[in-house]
Design a protein. Structure first.
Length: 98
């Protein structure tokens, strides 16, 4: 998979590699894993703000959060590319600020 792969391709890669075990684990337990990764990303960001961050670790934590987000989408039947298009791209996207 190249660095410029699409979100849909990434979600399919995660599905192909992990769907069987992810779906067996279920949504509640998978969500806890996802939140743990978000916590690790939070820690990496905090270290960066303090000036003692590790850029490679920060990149890894972003990748882990994306992988677990794709996992959750897979086991709940959500196509992330479609969801993002519907929410942020179709009809000019949402009004206001995020």
């Amino acid at each position: 998979m190249s660095a410029d792969s699409t979100l849909r391709n990434f979600q399919a890669l995660i599905h192909d590699r992990y769907y069987e075990t992810d779906s067996a684990r279920g949504v509640p337990s998978t969500f806890l894993w996802f939140m743990e990764e978000v916590g690790e990303l939070s820690e990496a960001l905090a270290k960066r703000e303090r000036g003692d961050g590790d850029d490679q670790n920060l990149r890894e934590e972003f990748a882990d959060v994306m992988a677990w987000m794709a996992t959750l989408a897979n086991i709940t039947g959500v196509d992330l590319a479609d969801a993002i298009h519907e929410k942020y791209l179709a009809d000019g996207g949402p009004e206001g600020t995020k």
